[in-house]
Ligand binder design. Structure first.
Ligand SMILES: C[S@@+](CC[C@H](N)C(=O)[O-])C[C@H]1O[C@@H](n2cnc3c(N)ncnc32)[C@H](O)[C@@H]1O
Length: 357
């Protein structure tokens, strides 16, 4: 799933853009494009997706003959900073033995963009390679870009490019943000500080902990803190800060989508700049003890944005209905400086207490 569009916007203003690819070393052969002739069949969206599919099947099936027929003379794959030509890519291919498990690629979120003589397909693909001999099975998830140009009366693939997507791309993006240190404020979140001021410390879970600014504040106030995040660089920074300050933090390097929050386990769970994923919230609610607290702060969703990405922002009034029966301590939209992005923007601040206790 593509995540964090709001956060990307926030990061963009602070120089935390995705890592840029290094320049290509070998000079690729220029593809030759001829103007679209009347006789050329238009490559509509469905045909473009089908052409990209044929291309992937030829690559994954190691079918050199089909592959060569589909690509332009000037084709190259841009990977790891180098241009790999059709010949370099396919010259050692051995077709898979009939009946043996073969490499597969399933793609979703396909997008097609076009100009007069160029059609570009981008899809989020999961590439799976079965175990072969001594090599164990592997898989990669990434955005596959296939550029097709009209050439000599047919549509040919002129460029293929791959970059990580999903959770691995998310991890890279945040690791880079933590290394740069410029995208966020280093102080603990104000809503958290104010809310826990008078609360008796207990067990706290800091969801998407990052470099630990909020977890460390809680630990310093006597909370037993567990923090979870996928960004190993963030966790490393949190560990270092905890050691310097003589504080204890339990840290979990994991994808929250797969994390077991438990049942009636936490006196406090925070989601500070951690999106508004309904499934996370549903599981978190179950994990909070009666009388325990849930605290969230995140950017307000742009009402014109129809994205379902939980990191695209939270709509006004979206959270309270998910906390039916809970005491809503705070539910407001304020114009304030965001901890991430550090610019003035509308923010959702939400605090709820579980009944009982
Ligand atoms: C904007 S940062 C906020 C960090 C911290 N809560 C703070 O306020 O400083 C979002 C964090 O969510 C983490 N994250 C995003 N998706 C995640 C996932 N599926 N599982 C675990 N962590 C995730 C990122 O690695 C990043 O550290």
């Amino acid at each position: 799933m593509f995540r964090c569009s709001l956060l990307l916007l926030m990061l963009a203003t602070t120089g935390c853009a995705p890592v840029s690819a290094p320049a290509a070393s070998p000079e690729p052969r220029a593809a030759t494009f001829s103007p679209v002739a009347e006789t050329v069949p238009a490559l509509d969206d469905a045909a473009a997706v089908a052409q990209a599919r044929r291309f992937f099947d030829a690559v994954d099936g190691r079918n050199r003959e089909v592959f060569v027929g589909l690509v332009s003379e000037g084709f190259f794959l841009f990977e790891a900073g180098a241009a790999v030509t059709a010949d370099m890519l396919s010259k050692n291919w051995k077709p898979p033995v009939a009946g043996a498990p073969r490499r597969t690629r399933t793609c979703e979120h396909g997008t097609v963009r076009r100009s007069a003589s160029i059609v570009t397909y981008v899809g989020d693909c999961l590439e799976q390679q079965p175990a072969m001999g001594k090599r164990s099975a592997q898989q990669w998830q990434g955005w596959n870009t296939v550029v097709m140009a009209h050439e000599d009366g047919a549509w040919k693939v002129v460029l293929w490019e791959w970059q990580k997507s999903g959770i691995e791309a998310e991890r890279d993006r945040y690791n880079e943000a933590y290394r740069r240190k410029s995208a966020y404020v280093a102080q603990p979140n104000r809503l958290l500080v104010d809310t826990v001021g008078e609360v008796e410390p207990g067990a706290a879970l800091v969801v998407a902990m990052g470099q630990g600014r909020n977890a460390l504040h809680l630990a310093a106030r006597g909370w037993r803190v567990t923090g979870i995040d996928i960004a190993d660089e963030g966790l490393r920074m949190a560990k270092r800060s905890a050691e310097e300050r003589g504080l204890k933090l339990d840290m979990v390097l994991a994808d929250i989508d797969r994390y077991d929050f438990g049942t009636a386990r936490w006196d406090l769970v925070t989601m500070i700049y951690a999106g508004g994923d309904e499934d996370w919230i549903r599981r978190i609610k179950k994990s909070i003890v009666p009388g325990g607290l849930f605290i969230l702060e995140f950017g307000l969703k742009d009402p014109t944005d129809d994205s379902t990405d939980p990191f695209a922002g939270i709509a006004a009034g979206e959270l309270a209905p998910q906390f039916d029966g809970w005491q809503i301590v705070r539910d407001e939209v304020v114009q304030d400086i965001a901890d991430w992005g550090k610019s003035t923007t509308p923010l959702v601040r939400f605090v709820a207490r579980k009944p009982g206790g």
